[in-house]
Ligand binder design. Structure first.
Ligand SMILES: O=C(O)CCC(=O)C(=O)O
Ligand SMILES: [Fe+2]
Length: 352
């Protein structure tokens, strides 16, 4: 494009190992740059989704102060007595809202779901989560702690506000993908405007090092891919997130301050006729290099995942330009309603 800014200017090293390239991309030029700058960033973002399925996003418009408020509020929530958390329990995959206690979810690969109950008992994920959905959906209330105390009221306010900020960023990133795929910039707007997204607060409690020594298969969160369009992941500085490389090794997605790890989910991969990759990832005990203390416990880890989805009622069928006789590329999947797809996937990993 004439006058366009070289793409490299917005891209710095993130992770580059074992054929996994996770670029660091500054989003500011997309949000407020010239049309040429915007286009350059859109191409970079789309390439990252097509290449490793992962990228680090900086200058994304969500202020660090807002993120730190959410982490604080999340830590306060998980510090509540177990009985209070249990009173806000997650109920069904359709609702996907509420508190999920330790060991209740076991993230797995699709081919493993037959043995989910046995797996959950033998090597449960070492985590607890709080799931927050779009507010105001008939019959599917969020499990807010606002009736408990002032801290619970505050929790509701800050989470609602963060939910909206992340929802806007989802729309912007989908606009970047649309441009990068030579679709009209606002192509996806009508697919994501409802905000059928899911804000998941994660707490991986401190865990004895012996647990990992005794169970070679033990992880903090099992290997899986995400289900929806994209995930916005905010991590603390503890580490442990890894993606699976094409070589089959696991590569650390090292925490980088003030960035969001953004990855594509299975539904976006399907929508793109697999031109975009939904890459498997997991959370292990942090890499040995970080772990030089003498304690026999690994400290806690907190993270926040905002799972973005197309509107539940939207029919997701292969995107224009991703298949066709002229390209000699067949359409790989039947169309499916977004809500049906997501409920099927959630039902496979969690017990009611
Ligand atoms: O905690 C993390 O860093 C990742 C969690 C995750 O991948 C998930 O919940 O889908
Ligand atoms: Fe994930």
């Amino acid at each position: 494009m004439a006058g366009s800014v070289p793409a490299q200017e917005y891209q710095a090293a993130g992770v580059n190992k074992d054929d996994v390239l996770i670029p660091m991309i500054s989003f500011a030029p997309f949000l407020s740059g010239t049309p040429a700058e915007k286009h350059s960033v859109a191409v970079l973002v789309t390439k990252a989704f097509q290449n490793s399925g992962f990228l680090y996003l900086k200058d994304h418009g969500i202020p660090p102060s807002a993120v730190s408020v959410i982490f604080k509020s999340s830590a306060l929530f998980f510090a509540r007595p177990q009985t209070e958390k249990d009173s806000l329990s997650w109920t069904t995959p359709q609702s996907n809202r509420g508190y999920v206690g330790h060991g209740r979810e076991k993230l797995t690969l699709p081919e493993e779901t037959g043995g989910i109950d046995e797996l959950r008992v033998s090597i449960p994920d070492l985590k607890e989560t709080m799931e927050i959905g779009r507010d105001g959906v008939d019959g599917l209330p969020n499990r807010w702690p606002d009736h408990l105390d002032d801290e619970g009221k505050e929790f509701k306010v800050v989470m609602q506000s963060f939910f909206e900020q992340c929802k806007s960023l989802h729309t912007q990133i989908m606009r970047a993908i649309a441009m990068g795929m030579n679709l009209p910039e606002h192509f996806f707007d009508e697919f994501v405007d409802v905000g059928d997204n899911n804000l998941r607060l994660l707490h991986y409690p401190p865990v004895s090092k012996a647990v990992f020594a005794q169970n070679p298969g033990q992880v903090r969160a099992g290997e899986h891919s995400d289900y929806g369009s994209i995930t916005l992941l905010f991590q603390d500085n503890r580490g442990g997130l890894q993606v699976r490389s094409p070589k089959g090794t696991f590569v650390d997605v090292t925490p980088i301050a003030d960035t969001i790890v953004v990855n594509a989910g299975d539904l976006l991969a399907r929508w793109s006729n697999d031109t975009i990759k939904s890459t498997r990832h997991r959370v292990i005990e942090p890499p040995a290099t970080v772990d030089h203390d003498d304690s026999d416990m690994y400290p806690a880890r907190y993270s926040i995942a905002y799972f973005c989805n197309p509107n539940q009622n939207k029919f997701i069928d292969a995107l224009p330009g991703t298949y066709g006789e002229q390209m000699h590329v067949p359409k790989k999947y039947d169309g499916i309603k977004a809500g049906d797809y997501l409920v099927q996937r959630l039902a496979a990993t969690t017990t009611v």
